[in-house]
Design a protein around this ligand. Structure first.
Ligand code: SF4
Length: 885
């Protein structure tokens, strides 16, 4: 236990504490930290699977310049020379930085200081622009600062939880576990979910409002008018601590009937309004469904308006609470990672710019906001940006109109990418690649969604020549002539400067204040919630008694008019595409895509379609479909689900060119942005869908990653246990399957194969030193191949003769009793769960846990288990006979 390190999960904004114990050879064990306030020992499946992502496969381990290995000296010189030349020739705004909520606060601070403080450009933006910038803008409009008023404990103290645009059960799973536990302890608590889809979260709700996408402002305007009409207004709070109430209510009252505007049953809307009105302890939690919209900032303010009107803010169990997606989106906000903000939560006023000039000792602090992400890449495309440095993010996949991003990167004279991974869709465009540390190698701090700062600590040594991002930036700063201002020897040095700046000339007029941490023991820092104006003075909640950060100390109501999404469906583009996360993947899969456990739940890119739309467009469950927008097309497998509204489809944001031939969904999405926050509308893109004719389907398991199939083949890749799984299909079978396969996997080894050309069946295996190294199956429609059985072949020793026969006979491999994995912790599939209900009489989660273990690990699958069980009870199934599973 002495080697165990307390650190923080690198995935979502919940910011769970972890106990990580190194085991040698880059292995670790991971457990939830029982002392961390965010999770109290809990973990979700992503955190629990971190040990599967520790390998060095695919890591960038040394600098690369123009495609060739380089020394650090040469690489850093090339970056500095390129940036210096661009600045000299075209001015500081000719360079830009695109950074990430994956960076630690210290890394973020240093790069922001270099860009805004010394180069003198505010052309630094972050992928958090795509995630929560509408919340930042909404907070600033209402509160005068980007302040999160409440904390996670409010979820347990509330009597009514309203989740808006948040699939919390999948995207912030440990918070959902906390909600579930609180509801179990106090069944009178109510949960309302407002989301166009009946997500895993919505199915757990007491009330689900499947509203029309983008209509949230109408719904909350209606609520504000309802509260005012019923007299459910805290007149004292409104009178003493706010401005603009009457105008906001008047604007809300002028709006159309909310049920019509939101396409909702009026009775459901009234029930929600009555519950809200009658429940003083109400917390409204919102996430990407609110933020990723062309009216995202208005949605945030529509929610905050209702909390200000009722004075339900900053009290136990009451308030608005935004949930950012990334582990350190909040830390980035604190250091001014967004183009429109300065360090320490300051904005671009003359006083703040002057304050920074004096604190940093730099005459060249940027004096006006820079380009937000979408505008920044357009400026790269237009040639205004001559040198771009991307850190810890993958905009060629994750930004809207990612085709344009790729064009921009392809034309930029100097693209620098700092990344832990060698081959991402974005590193492909890098003239200079700089190897960065990743989770378990880095040292620094992160801030979670409730303002708790936690340490991420180093567990493993730096591999190869990888370095900390703050070190890399400081080295370039020195080469640009700013070395004296970047003298850092450790992350602790940077943290202390960050704390000092937060308190510099801060008389309480700025919310972000870490003065109390300036002299703290950095190595021993325990999770602490800001503001911390003096040692030991944490702040759970703000604004319960006013004290907002507008100059007059009052909050602002915002008068709002609902606006639909910028692009509407039409005869040519009849479906609205929503994008988002799936349960077990993270961002562009560079880390989670390595984990067999995380790849088991949704191993291939799928588009979810309502059965009525499927009938209208000639699609069936499991068929391949082409999805197109005016910007391009992708191919995914169809999943039918009536949890989807008719006329709307959903696709995951994760897949990219490393994991699939054509499934980068952001290629379809135009860059319509919110006029205040600049956040792109990633959840409402008009598309069309059509069946993709497929003559054959194949499954390839290989110990190493095979080559890329020819362009006519649709493929996707996922991690298996000791092997890579590639799913393939195409319109025309290969003329010679064995030749085709040998071209893909290499000709070596002892090849076995069986072919029935008439039936379109081909099976082959390659033995290397007597052990199965590749297995490949083709049939016209694909079979339910027993993936685990096949995968275990790869881990077996010599294959006995009967194994060879079984491999090629096909019978053995067609009976996959498990079905899609539901419980990733215990590897329990859908079929086994249905079987337990049908044959063994399982009627509760406890029964399923006792019989199969499912749902007893991290708990992320529990909503899905309930749904499956409810479905099975409603429509009893005939269980599939068990075989090898
Ligand atoms: Fe990590 Fe899961 Fe906790 Fe998010 S909820 S921080 S992904 S363990």
């Amino acid at each position: 236990m002495t080697d165990t390190v307390r650190t923080t999960c690198p995935y979502c904004g919940v910011g769970c504490g972890l106990l990580v114990t190194p085991g040698g050879e880059r292995t670790v064990t991971v457990a939830g930290d029982p002392d961390h306030p965010a999770n109290r020992g809990r973990l979700c499946v992503k955190g629990a699977a971190l040990p599967e992502t520790m390998g060095l496969e695919g890591r960038l381990l040394h600098p690369v310049v123009d495609g060739r290995r380089a020394s650090w000296e040469d690489a850093l010189d090339r970056v500095a020379d390129g940036f210096r030349a661009a600045i000299r020739a075209h001015g500081p705004d000719a360079v830009a930085f695109y950074v990430s909520g994956q960076l630690l606060t210290e890394d973020y601070y240093v790069v922001n200081k270099l860009a805004k403080g010394f180069i003198g450009t505010a052309n630094i933006d972050t992928n958090s622009r795509l995630c929560m910038s509408s919340s930042v803008a909404g907070h600033s409009r209402a509160f005068g600062s980007d302040t999160v008023p409440g904390c996670y404990e409010d979820l347990e103290l509330a009597d009514l939880i309203v989740l808006v645009g948040s699939n919390t059960a999948w995207c912030h799973p440990v918070l959902f576990q906390r909600i579930e536990a609180a509801r179990a302890a106090r069944p009178a608590m109510r949960l309302v979910v407002i989301d166009p889809r009946r997500t895993a979260t919505a199915q757990e709700a007491d009330l689900h409002l499947p509203l029309r996408p983008g209509s949230d402002v109408a719904l909350f305007n209606g609520l504000l008018a309802f509260l005012a009409g019923r007299g459910v207004v805290d007149r004292d709070f409104v009178g003493r601590h706010t401005h603009g109430f009457a105008a906001a209510v008047a604007a809300a009252a002028r709006a159309a009937a909310p049920a019509d505007a939101c396409d909702l049953d009026p009775a459901l809307v009234t029930r929600f309004y009555e519950w809200f009105a009658s429940t003083p302890r109400t917390i409204t939690v919102y996430s990407q469904g609110v933020n990723q919209s062309s009216s995202g900032t208005d949605k945030v303010n529509a929610i905050i308006n209702c909390h200000l009107a009722t004075g339900r803010i900053g009290w136990p169990g009451a308030g608005p609470l935004s949930l950012p997606g990334q582990p350190n989106a909040m830390g980035g906000r604190e250091v001014g990672g967004l183009a429109g903000t300065l360090a320490a939560h300051m904005d671009f006023t003359d006083d703040n710019v002057d304050r920074l000039r004096r604190f940093w000792g730099s005459p060249s602090v940027a004096a006006r906001p820079g380009l937000k992400a979408v505008d920044l890449f357009q400026a790269v495309r237009n040639g205004r940006i001559k040198a771009l440095w991307i850190m810890a993010t993958n905009p060629a996949v994750s930004l809207c109109d990612s085709g344009l991003v790729r064009e921009a990167l392809g034309t930029c004279p100097l693209v620098v990418v700092s990344d832990a991974m060698e081959a991402t869709d974005s590193t492909a465009f890098g003239h200079v690649l700089l190897p960065a540390l990743t989770w378990a190698e880095k040292d620094g701090t992160v801030t979670n969604s409730e303002r708790v700062i936690s340490r991420q600590r180093r567990v493993l040594p730096a591999p190869g020549e990888a370095r900390a991002d703050w070190w890399i930036v400081s080295q370039v700063a020195a080469r640009l002539g700013f070395g004296a201002a970047f003298p850092y020897r450790s992350a602790a040095d940077i943290f202390r400067e960050h704390c000092r700046l937060s308190g510099f000339e801060n008389d309480g007029g700025r919310d972000f204040d870490l003065r109390g941490l300036t002299g703290v023991d950095y190595d021993g820092l325990v999770p602490v919630q800001w503001p911390v104006s003096a040692p030991g003075q944490e702040t759970r909640r703000l604004f319960g008694n006013g004290g907002f950060f507008h100059p007059d100390g009052r909050a602002r109501f915002v008068a709002l008019r609902a606006r639909p999404p910028r692009a509407a469906v039409s005869a040519d583009w009849p479906l609205l595409l929503n994008t988002g996360r799936i349960r077990d993947q993270w961002h562009t899969m560079t880390r989670t895509g390595l984990s067999p456990r995380l790849s088991a739940h949704s191993p291939e890119p799928c588009i979810t379609v309502h059965p009525a739309d499927a009938a209208a467009f000639g699609l069936s469950d499991g068929a391949m479909a082409r999805i197109e927008s005016p910007l391009g097309g992708i191919v995914m497998t169809v999943v039918l689900d009536d949890a989807q509204r008719v006329g709307e489809v959903f696709a995951p944001m994760h897949w990219n060119d490393r994991f699939a031939s054509a499934a980068t969904v952001d290629r379809l999405i135009a860059c319509h942005t919110d006029p205040v926050s600049g956040q792109p509308e990633l959840k409402a893109a008009p598309v069309r869908i059509s069946a993709l004719p497929v003559a054959w389907r194949g499954l390839l398991l290989s110990r190493s990653t095979p080559g890329t199939p020819d362009p006519g083949v649709v493929w996707s890749r996922s991690a298996g246990r000791g092997h890579v799984v590639t799913r393939l299909c195409g319109e025309r079978p290969a003329a010679d399957w064995l030749e085709w396969l040998r071209a893909l996997c290499g000709p070596d080894g002892d090849w076995l194969h069986y072919e029935d050309r008439r039936q379109g069946i081909f099976r082959a295996a390659r033995l290397l030193d007597g052990r199965p190294d590749v297995v490949f199956f083709v049939s016209p429609r694909g079979d339910a191949w027993a993936l685990d059985w096949l995968g275990d072949l790869g881990r077996a020793g010599d294959l006995p003769p009967e194994g060879r026969a079984a491999l090629l006979a096909g019978g053995v491999v067609r009976n996959n009793a498990r079905g899609p994995v539901v419980c990733a912790c215990h590897h329990v599939g859908r079929t086994a769960i249905l079987d337990a209900v049908a044959r063994q009489g399982a009627s509760s989660l406890d029964d399923i846990g006792r019989l199969l273990g499912a749902g007893t690990g991290c708990g992320s699958c529990r909503p899905e288990l309930r749904r499956l069980m409810a479905g099975a009870r409603a429509a009893p199934v005939t269980a599939v006979p068990g075989t090898h599973d």
